[in-house]
Design a protein around this ligand. Structure first.
Ligand SMILES: *Cc1c(COP(=O)(O)O)cnc(C)c1O
Length: 391
């Protein structure tokens, strides 16, 4: 067999159009805090069909600011799922809040609405209801947002969607209307990430979407040190043209014009990225048809953004299959090690056995390469190697 070059599990696609756009900004007098940030935010709002978008330096910063804009702080409880990147839970710890988890649905690997409902009933009796629940649209497949929103109304918690995987995903609501991820039809805010392995990239970067003007204002202040230049929101009146006020404690979570112009160029290419990811996912479905593994599913009414294509193999063999594929230069990966089993979270009191569906899923999970530039022959090779490793 000929030596194969390494096939990663995910990779950005940068076109000449993207490069030309970045070059244009580099020649511009403003390379940060110029017009490209507003332009990118407007494009994100129109794609997502929300009224406000605040672009920031990373998806993690977006989570932190979204939680802060809701006033999450010490004494509050934030729930998410164990099957996410650690950032989803860490952002709650940054706020000084307590974290707890809700187990996943074994088919979608997203937060399980039934588990949420059961845990809420118990938490209500104990007087330990969450202030915020953060569903994670795992792999690009949206959670059951209409049900989560109904529970939020019943129990009075906030909802922030972690859509780091789901730019471009859609689902249909109770009435059958198509809802875009980021529309915040069923949440207070939604965040996404523009890390290079995600659906579109700005290098590092993230955004918070919302339809709430107050959250938008708080997010903008928090993004830049808690400072406002808007006279309407200052305590002292008309001190002079130089004057600004720090009205709270914020951060430097700003994104640059260089990054945003890349993001604007990438968003134009989003339909093509999504079509390619969907075609490759369908092709994996066919290629892996007779193998002893569990394939990802898409529920009726949903269109996944297909950030990840995760199969589940026999947990006894996962390690040897992983090693065989890596030896064959196939960059398989595992998403995710349950957050509650990380040493930092074990030290907060979590332990094995608490979220059995997430733990069982993790034991067999294997993410196969999936990105727009993956070509058919590489994909055939991945499937062959996987079949060989499972023999
Ligand atoms: C990537 C990711 C994040 C964090 O995004 P960054 O831009 O890397 O900070 C948060 N949540 C999930 C589910 C992610 O996959």
């Amino acid at each position: 067999m000929t030596e194969r070059k390494h096939i990663p599990y995910g990779r950005q696609n940068i076109s000449e159009q993207d490069i030309a756009a970045v070059e244009r900004v580099l020649r511009h007098p403003f390379i940060t805090q110029g017009a490209e940030i507003d332009n990118f935010e407007d494009r994100l709002s129109s794609w997502c069909t929300c009224t406000h978008t605040v672009a920031v330096s990373s998806g993690t910063a977006a989570l932190h600011l979204a939680y802060m804009a809701l006033g999450v702080g010490p004494g509050d409880i934030v729930w998410t799922t164990p099957n996410s990147f650690v950032a989803t839970a860490n952002a709650a710890l940054y706020c000084g809040a307590d974290v707890d988890f809700v187990d996943i649905d074994p088919e979608t690997r997203c937060l399980c609405p039934t588990a949420l409902e059961e845990k809420l009933a118990i938490a209500e009796k104990a007087g330990r209801l969450p202030k915020l629940v953060v569903p994670v649209h795992f792999g690009g497949h949206c959670c059951d947002m209409p049900v989560i929103a109904a529970l939020a109304a019943d129990y009075g918690f906030h909802v922030v969607e972690d859509g780091a995987h789901s730019m471009g995903a859609t689902y249909s609501d109770e009435k059958g209307d198509v809802v875009a991820f980021g529309s915040c039809r069923h949440s207070d805010m939604a965040i996404t990430s523009f890390h290079p392995v995600k659906i579109i990239t700005t290098g590092e970067g993230g955004a918070v979407m919302t339809n709430n003007e107050l959250y938008d204002r708080r997010l903008r202040q928090l993004r830049s040190h808690g400072v406002t230049r808007d006279q309407e929101h200052m305590e002292l009146q008309d001190q002079g043209g130089w004057y600004y006020e720090q009205v709270g404690l914020g951060f430097n979570y700003r994104i640059t014009d260089i990054q945003c112009v890349l993001g604007s160029s990438q968003i134009e290419r989003l339909p093509a990225f999504l079509a390619r990811r969907r075609a490759l996912a369908a092709r994996y479905d066919a290629l892996l048809d007779n193998l002893p593994l569990k394939k990802p599913i898409v529920l009726p009414g949903h269109e996944s953004a297909w950030h990840l294509y995760v199969v589940e193999v026999d947990p006894e063999r996962r390690r040897s299959v992983f090693d065989a594929l890596r030896r064959a230069n196939v960059g398989v990966n595992v998403h995710y090690i349950p957050i509650h089993l990380q040493p930092h979270y074990r030290r907060l009191g979590f332990s094995e056995g608490q979220f059995p569906v997430s733990e069982r899923y993790y034991a067999g999970a294997l993410s196969l390469p999936l990105f727009p530039d993956l070509d058919e022959s590489e994909q055939d090779y991945v499937a062959e190697q996987l079949a060989g490793a499972l023999e």
